[in-house]
Design a protein around this ligand. Structure first.
Ligand SMILES: Nc1nc2c(c(=O)[nH]1)N[C@H]1C(S)=C(S)[C@@H](COP(=O)(O)OP(=O)(O)OC[C@H]3O[C@@H](n4cnc5c(=O)[nH]c(N)nc54)[C@H](O)[C@@H]3O)O[C@H]1N2
Ligand SMILES: Nc1nc2c(c(=O)[nH]1)N[C@H]1C(S)=C(S)[C@@H](COP(=O)(O)OP(=O)(O)OC[C@H]3O[C@@H](n4cnc5c(=O)[nH]c(N)nc54)[C@H](O)[C@@H]3O)O[C@H]1N2
Ligand SMILES: [Mo]
Length: 793
């Protein structure tokens, strides 16, 4: 290894990244490299792959001097390890054999965001009216730092004013008792722990409501419904080990480099042992092209990058059903050829024994003409055949996907098509194979597992009835879209948010903000100020909570919480940092406080005991879900987490037919609308500098977009044919045929490598353009990845 200091310095100089002295050396030290000396003005310019120096610079740029303090480094070193705390960013798994620093650029940003020394105090609220704060940008709101006191909205003065916890609980309880329980929404963004989530769902049901939508209603609900329909499991079938055994990975619409960067490590390992990766994405995402592992000194110093994708297919937004149909068509054609020679490409035994509906699907695939596939996918027949050939030749294949497949009008068909492809060769339920949706929030999957669901059939209501001696509500609750409809038509009167930034994350934002204010009660449990806290019902409270990195001391001592990752492993997490304010309560204590104040006494329900010792809540979770959570308290610190199992992985298919189901898609287009002149398919993207509605900064370094988020990305060809110039400011308007005027102004035109007919821009800025009715047909997940728009100059 060429690790002499000169090389490192030269490399830094060559790349021109600004790294104040000590910071890079500190990092290199922590990675076990020789100490490196640098002068103050060593500069490195990021270019090329994801990871690498750019990720270090990304952290430095945002957090400056805050980030390499010993206490911060100590906290980061505990991230995602047994006995440490689980990252507050994404849900990617935390492996048993972790790295020295098992965190990525964006995980570090999320942690540092929570550890900030800035405070958003009652004085701040005294200096600004809520109406004034409504004009601030998301970035500026969260920049105020951590919320410190429970606050009540005072309508007369238009200010938030501090209140006591007792006052807040009593006032909210009085409101709730006066409302019809079915008119109250209990929303959860996917961060709160399994313990809090269990208590929150129990509170809602004891109160009389199944209105428990969570953020997965806006992302992987398509999976929960669509995947369950075809393989009988609502979550992915892969375990970590599968990534070291597969021969090919087919990757659809998931941006690993920004949204689950630690996943790049097993991907890089897979590539190095010869696994082929085929990517379908309209955008050429850096992380899926090449990667320098920031944990690897050799790669960092030499700039040696690993090419990730063997093939990168820039499918049209909404073109995946067609692309997958093309792949399947080629597999069938190759099977015909093989059969003529007495061989088989398909796994016929598997198909016969384990699947349903093959003949109908085969017929549909054979009858779908290549011309339609090419037109709808925007890909050539040759490119699709080449990709399909990798599938044909691979013994073990994994299918991975994210929002590119789920946030579509025919999103469930997308997932059905990916399953069709995998089933053709028995690529589910064998080592090294499977389907792996990459989940979003760090505990979004787990919240569903322990009862946060608007669908009563997914919850063991009889068990809850027996345990707590009550009659749980049996009527279906509202999901996110239905909650929005209810807020608009007045049937929803109150909204409680356990984290999140609902008003900013949902579609149809302009109309929703107006309707929102007509609600009687809005309550937000949060760590930082965001726009949803400023659009208030008649009575409004803002309740500040501890973050996951912070010490949570209760009657029995410091508490542990647990979460479930994308691969269904459960991990314990302990926060050790000093809380941001002495007035904060834990999320569980807030939920328990609200519940206790609202509900009549119940001899089987002991909110105070549970708050005093979260281990007792884990016992209740175990009692409610014994198959998945047996010996919960004992197993929660298992390195790598404990696996809660998946029937489809065992080839037990809990579907209607009792088999894994081939399905014929309802349409070849996932977008769900026809093309016409002047209509574009808008993709709403996350930048590398954001976590959902939390904006860390204005650099999207992996896409080369800098300084602003108000952009319209469009291909040079489309730019020319629309008569646009680079840098020109334009507006986007909705092109949905529903007569509603939706518009976003002030977007700067930037040429960008995108397929014909597609444009892109950032979420949440462009959310006013998404009609509420524009969602996956089966699950009602908003279809944010192909939105019909027109450009106005
Ligand atoms: N740093 C960071 N990490 C995050 C988040 C964050 O905001 N920031 N958010 C978290 C959450 S809640 C979630 S749900 C996940 C989201 O993570 P992802 O699933 O990666 O979601 P997106 O970034 O919205 O979009 C994914 C990709 O879909 C592509 N795409 C768009 N349309 C199509 C299409 O029609 N077909 C195909 N094949 N691809 C398409 C886009 O180009 C993009 O690369 O990440 C989680 N992790
Ligand atoms: N156009 C478009 N819209 C989308 C998407 C898209 O791709 N395109 N993606 C959708 C997806 S996948 C999702 S998941 C949703 C996200 O929707 P949400 O989950 O509702 O939104 P977030 O931005 O994650 O919420 C951020 C806020 O959470 C609070 N918070 C942070 N940490 C904690 C904590 O530990 N506890 C508590 N109580 N609060 C905390 C802070 O106040 C912060 O401001 O947006 C959806 N909307
Ligand atoms: Mo999400």
């Amino acid at each position: 290894m060429d690790d002499n200091p000169t090389t490192a310095r030269e490399q830094l100089a060559k790349e021109k990244v600004c790294l104040p002295r000590g910071r890079a050396a500190l990092w290199l030290d922590s990675m076990g490299a020789r100490e490196v000396s640098m002068s103050d003005d060593d500069t490195v310019h990021y270019e090329g792959s994801s990871g690498g120096w750019g990720s270090l610079k990304g952290i430095t740029r945002i957090f400056g001097r805050e980030w390499n303090k010993p206490t911060v480094m100590e906290t980061l070193a505990r991230q995602n390890k047994p006995g440490g705390f689980m990252c507050v960013s994404c849900a990617w798994t935390k492996p048993a054999d972790y790295h020295t620093f098992e965190f990525c650029e964006n995980g570090a940003k999320a942690t540092l965001w929570e550890l900030t020394t800035r405070r958003c105090t009652p004085d701040f609220f005294a200096s600004h009216t809520v109406s004034e704060l409504q004009t601030w940008k998301d970035y500026d709101l969260e920049q105020q730092g951590r919320l410190t006191h429970p606050m009540r909205y005072d309508r007369n003065s238009d200010h938030y004013v501090a209140c006591t916890w007792e006052e807040a609980f009593a006032a909210i309880a009085a409101e709730l008792r006066a409302l019809d329980p079915t008119s109250v929404v209990f929303y959860a963004s996917g961060r709160a722990s399994l313990e809090t989530a269990y208590c929150y769902a129990l509170f809602a049901r004891l109160y009389g409501s199944n209105n428990l939508p969570d953020s997965s209603n806006m992302c992987h609900e398509t999976t929960s419904v669509g995947l369950k329909k075809v393989i009988g499991a609502s979550v992915g079938t892969c375990v970590y080990d599968d990534f070291s055994k597969c021969d090919a990975i087919f990757f659809f619409g998931q941006n690993t480099g920004s949204n689950s960067p630690r996943f790049l490590h097993p991907l890089q390992d897979a590539v190095k042992r010869g696994c082929k990766i085929v990517t379908f994405n309209p955008v050429r995402e850096k992380g899926l092209e090449s990667f320098i592992n920031p944990q690897n000194p050799l790669e960092m110093l030499t700039g040696r990058e690993t090419q990730i994708s063997d093939q990168y297919l820039q499918v049209r937004a909404g073109g995946d059903i067609a692309a997958l149909m093309g792949l399947c068509k080629h597999v069938l054609a190759k099977d015909d050829e093989a059969r003529a020679q007495g061989r088989s490409v398909l796994d016929r035994d598997f198909i016969q024994q384990h699947t349903y509906g093959f003949e109908a699907f085969e017929k549909a695939a054979r009858e779908t003409p290549w011309s339609a596939i090419v037109e709808e996918s925007g890909l050539t027949q040759q490119a699709l055949e080449q990709a399909a050939q990798i599938y044909v030749e691979a013994e073990r294949v994994i299918g991975i996907y994210g929002m590119g497949l789920t946030q579509q009008v025919n999103g469930a068909d997308n997932i059905g098509m990916l399953v069709n492809l995998l089933l053709l060769k028995g690529n589910i339920g064998r080592d090294g194979t499977g389907i792996s949706p990459v989940r979003g929030h760090s505990n979004v999957q787990g919240q569903r597992t322990v009862g946060i669901s608007e669908k009563p059939e997914l919850v063991p209501l009889d068990k809850l009835a027996a345990m707590y001696g009550f009659d749980p509500p049996r009527k279906k609750g509202v999901n996110t879209v239905e909650a929005c409809e209810g807020i608009q038509d007045g049937s929803i009167r109150a909204f409680i948010g356990l984290g999140g930034n609902f008003v900013r994350a949902i579609p149809e934002r302009d109309a929703m903000e107006t309707a929102w204010k007509r609600m009687r009660l809005t309550v937000q449990i949060a760590t930082k100020l965001n726009r949803s806290h400023l659009i208030n019902g008649e009575v409004a409270y803002l309740l500040p909570c501890l973050g996951r990195t912070e010490r949570d001391k209760q009657q029995s001592g410091p508490q542990t919480v647990t979460m479930e990752d994308s691969l269904s492993c459960i991990h314990g997490s302990i926060g050790k940092r000093e809380p941001a304010s002495e007035h904060l309560l834990s999320e569980l204590a807030i939920v328990a406080g609200l519940a206790k104040a609202t509900l009549p006494p119940n001899q089987n329900v002991h909110w105070d005991d549970w708050t005093g010792d979260y281990g007792k809540v884990r016992d209740l979770i175990e009692e409610t879900y014994p198959d998945q959570f047996h010996a919960f308290n004992k197993r929660m610190f298992t390195p790598g987490g404990f696996y809660r199992g998946n029937s489809a992985r065992e080839r037990i298919w809990k579907t209607e037919s009792g088999k894994a189901e081939f399905t014929v898609p309802t349409s070849l287009s996932a977008a769900g609308f026809a093309d016409r002149a002047g209509r574009y398919r808008l993709i709403t993207l996350r930048s590398n500098d954001q976590f959902n509605t939390t904006i860390y900064g204005y650099e999207d370094r992996l896409r080369g977009v800098s300084g602003t988020r108000d952009v319209l990305l469009i291909s040079p060809d489309e730019m020319r044919s629309a008569g646009l110039e680079e840098g020109q400011i334009v507006a986007l308007v909705s092109d949905a045929d529903d007569g509603v005027h939706r518009r976003v102004d002030g977007l700067k035109v930037l040429p960008f490598d995108l397929p014909a007919g597609c444009v892109a821009g950032y979420y949440p800025e462009l959310n006013p353009l998404i009609p509420l009715s524009h969602h996956d047909k089966l699950s009602k997940t908003p279809a944010s990845k192909a939105v019909p728009v027109r450009i106005i100059t």
